[in-house]
Design a protein. Structure first.
Ligand code: ATP
Length: 250
C-alpha cells in the first residue's frame, strides 16, 4: 500500500513552499533530510490533506484522493507523530495510547490487544502506568510513536521524532523503528514510514532510502544499497558525504 504525492505544488504568501514534488512512499523507512524551512513538515501536511495543494494531487492505493470519504480512508490508515507535539502531562502512557485508538475508531474489542502491541514495539510496556509529564523526552516520543501506530497504519509519518533526544534515547527510538519495520517484524505487511530529521545518524541507522528536500523540491533520492559498504554497513559519514551538498541553499 502506498501514499504518493504527484507533482505537488503548494504556494503560500506568494512563495512556493513545495515545488513540483513527486514522492511515493513504499514499505520500509524513507528518511527525509533538508535544511530548516526546506518544506519537510509541509510535505507531511500535504500528504495528510492538511494543506490543500495549489497543483498536483495525493494518491492513495493508486487513486487520486479527492472527496471526504477518500481522505477519511487515508487518515484511518495513516499514523502521524507531529513535530513538537504537546502531550497531556496528567495522562498515563496507556491512557494516551487508548485515547489514540479511540480517535482512530479502533474497535473496542481489539483496542486492548493493539495498545499492548504498540507499547511492546516501542518498549514502553513497563512505563504504561506512568504519567506523560513524569517521563523523559525520549520516552514521550516513543509513547507518541505508540499512539501513532496503535491503529496498525499502513503509513507512518514521523516529523523530527528524535529532535532533542540524547544519544541513548535516539538509539532506543531507532530500535523501536527497526522492531516495527525490520525483517521478521510480526506486524503483518511492512509499514511505509516517512521520517524527517536533521541527523545523518537517524538516516544511517534506519533508512531504506533517503530523500533530500531543498527549497521545496526533491534534490536527491538514494536507496540504502547505493551507500552501503561492501559489508552492508551504512555509516553516518557516507550519508553526510552523499547528501550534504544537496542541502545547501539554492
Ligand atoms: N502556514 C504557513 N504560512 C506561510 N508560510 C509557511 C507556513 N508554514 C510553513 N511556511 C513556510 O514554508 C517553508 C517550509 O516550512 P516547513 O516547516 O515545512 O520546513 P521544514 O523543512 O519542516 O523546516 P524545519 O526543519 O525547520 O522544521 C518555510 O519557508 C516556512 O516559513
Amino acid at each position: 500500500m502506498t501514499i504518493a504525492l504527484d507533482q505537488g505544488w503548494l504556494a503560500r504568501d506568494r512563495a512556493d513552499v513545495l515545488r513540483d514534488v513527486s514522492l511515493a512512499l513504499t514499505p520500509g523507512v524513507t528518511v527525509l533530510l533538508g535544511a530548516n524551512g526546506a518544506g519537510k513538515s509541509t510535505l507531511m501536511a500535504a500528504l495528510l490533506g492538511l494543506r490543500p495543494l495549489s497543483k498536483g494531487s495525493v494518491r492513495w492505493r493508486g487513486s487520486r484522493v479527492t472527496d471526504r470519504a477518500q481522505w477519511q480512508q487515508l487518515r484511518r490508515h495513516t499514523g502521524w507523530l507531529p513535530q513538537g507535539f504537546g502531550f497531556p502531562p496528567a495522562m498515563t502512557v496507556a491512557d494516551f495510547v487508548v485515547y489514540a485508538a479511540w480517535l482512530k475508531e479502533v474497535p473496542t474489542r481489539e483496542a486492548e490487544e493493539l495498545c499492548a502491541e504498540a507499547l511492546d514495539v516501542t518498549q514502553m510496556a513497563a512505563l504504561r502506568g506512568r504519567r506523560l509529564g513524569s517521563i523523559s523526552g525520549g520516552e514521550r516520543q516513543r509513547a507518541g510513536m505508540a499512539a501513532a501506530l496503535v491503529s496498525q497504519p499502513a503509513v507512518l509519518l514521523l516529523d523530527e521524532p528524535t529532535s532533542g533526544l540524547d544519544p541513548i534515547q535516539r538509539a532506543r527510538f531507532h530500535e523501536a523503528l527497526q522492531r516495527l519495520t525490520g525483517a521478521g517484524a510480526d506486524t503483518g505487511p511492512r509499514v511505509s514510514v516517512l521520517l524527517s530529521t536533521h541527523l545523518f545518524e537517524d538516516a544511517a541507522a534506519t533508512a531504506d532510502r533517503i530523500v533530500v528536500l531543498r527549497a521545496g523540491s526533491v534534490a536527491l533520492t538514494l536507496e540504502r544499497c547505493d551507500l552501503t559498504s561492501p559489508g552492508g554497513e551504512l555509516t553516518v559519514e557516507a550519508v553526510r558525504q552523499a547528501t550534504v551538498a544537496f542541502m545547501e541553499p539554492v
